[in-house]
Design a protein around this ligand. Structure first.
Ligand code: HGY
Ligand code: MN
Ligand code: MN
Length: 408
């Protein structure tokens, strides 16, 4: 079985570890997280890595370099998913990192190799994202352990239920001198490589992002007896805001998405008195992101004022744009050229990644793999081509070998 075939088979195996029968959903500190963690730990051991779960719930496998306790080149991605996810977002990067560690297991390298399966890159369960990678980089915000999920379970309680000590999460933090850099292979999660007819790309930077909970408040009323002139319909106001979000994002060259909306009280014969929405805004630069947020907020206030509605937005997540490290990016580009015979295209990533957090403690480099099926991701229709995955694995291995050669 080739490394690419084994990697895809392992993505299929992880794709079957889900909280739902009908779809893939595996969230932070869930029983499914524990089950996937155990499987990945076994694969790490098979690849010659010594493995442990760090205090934040990240699965880490390590093999020493030519001498013990050398700084580590970290290879990895995340093991958690969005609701109704695809099998490759995150998982492909972890299993390919294990394949590279396996290929290099007999090499005496000038650095240690660490493979990391980060937890909670998506933020699906508790709302904020990058929990594992921010803990790894020592950047976990105060109060993160007090966030709670839809059942009211806090991160703190979930860590304890998972067998971890919330008081020790800070010990997951790594020091810059312990690390050589971080490389992540990830599916592109868009159509650019598909449209260009190219299998791989080097990532230049990762987009800036902010996420919000939005609340529009009106007055519940009878769907029959309430005349329009007296209605304060929160859902109609929210609908106008959703359209304004798309208009403003297009006008500012950013991307903004309302992924979730809920009307309350939710009776078919009741004018909604409250509407709750999510908002996800991204841009290549922090300034562009923040300008779009400002314009969306202003437009929403105008819409709500005209309809005598209340408006509130609360930020749940913020990540500034991150530029990939030039030396690591050059190694990834050289690896792609060695594997494909072509210089790779450079893309900025509109999707967020753990590298946004890890960049706080060491340089990052990323390699994108073409997505099939119109480039769709965050969907069970996510696909990759085995030949592309084979090229990605060869490019990933070549990049690590080049970094080893550079460090002598
Ligand atoms: O939302 C993102 O961009 C990433 O998939 N977490
Ligand atoms: Mn994702
Ligand atoms: Mn991802």
């Amino acid at each position: 079985m080739t490394g690419a075939a084994r990697a895809l088979a392992r993505c299929d195996e992880l794709g079957r570890i889900s909280a739902r029968q009908d779809a893939l959903e595996r969230t932070h500190l869930s029983p499914e997280h524990a089950a996937a963690d155990a499987v990945v730990a076994g694969w790490m051991r098979e690849a010659g890595l010594t493995t442990h779960l760090d205090p934040a719930g990240n699965r880490i496998g390590r093999r020493e370099g030519a001498r013990p306790s050398l700084p580590a080149l970290v290879l990895g991605s995340h093991l958690d998913t969005v609701p109704d996810a695809g099998r490759y977002d995150g998982m492909l990067g972890v299993v390919l990192a294990i394949e590279v560690a396996d290929r290099l297991r007999h090499e005496s390298l000038p650095f240690a190799i660490e493979v990391v399966g980060f937890t909670d890159e998506e933020g699906t369960r508790f709302g904020d994202a990058l929990f594992g990678s921010r803990a790894f980089a020592g950047g976990l915000e105060p109060g993160r352990l007090d966030a709670s999920d839809a059942e009211g379970v806090t991160v703190r309680a979930a860590l304890e239920a998972f067998g971890l000590d919330p008081g020790r999460v800070g010990e997951a933090a790594r020091r810059p001198e312990e690390l050589v850099g971080y490389l992540e292979v990830h599916i592109e999660q868009g159509p650019e490589l598909l449209d260009a007819g190219r299998p791989l790309a080097v990532v230049s930077s990762i987009a800036a992002a902010r996420r919000f909970d939005l609340e529009v408040t009106g007055r519940a009323a009878h769907a029959g007896g309430a005349p329009y002139a007296r209605r304060r319909d929160a859902l109609v106001g929210a609908a106008e805001i959703v359209v304004a979000v798309e208009r403003i994002a297009k006008a500012t060259g950013t991307v903004a998405t309302v992924g979730r909306i809920r009307a309350e009280p939710g009776g078919v014969n009741v004018v909604p008195g409250r509407a709750l929405l999510s908002l996800d805004v991204r841009a290549e630069r922090d300034e562009g992101r923040d300008e779009a947020v400002g314009r969306i907020d202003a437009a929403a206030r105008e819409i709500c004022a005209a309809r005598h509605l209340g408006w509130h937005l609360e930020e749940r997540y913020r990540a500034d744009a991150v530029v990939c490290d030039p030396a690591l990016t050059a190694a990834v580009a050289a690896g792609v050229a060695a594997a494909t015979g072509q210089e790779p295209p450079r893309l900025f990533s509109r999707a967020g990644h753990d590298g946004m957090a890890v960049a706080a403690v060491t340089g990052i480099g990323m390699l994108f793999v073409r997505c099939g099926n119109d480039g769709v991701s965050h969907s069970p229709d996510e696909t990759v081509d085995e030949g592309d995955v084979g090229l990605a694995l060869d490019a990933f291995e070549a990049a690590v070998r080049r970094l080893a050669a550079e460090r002598g």
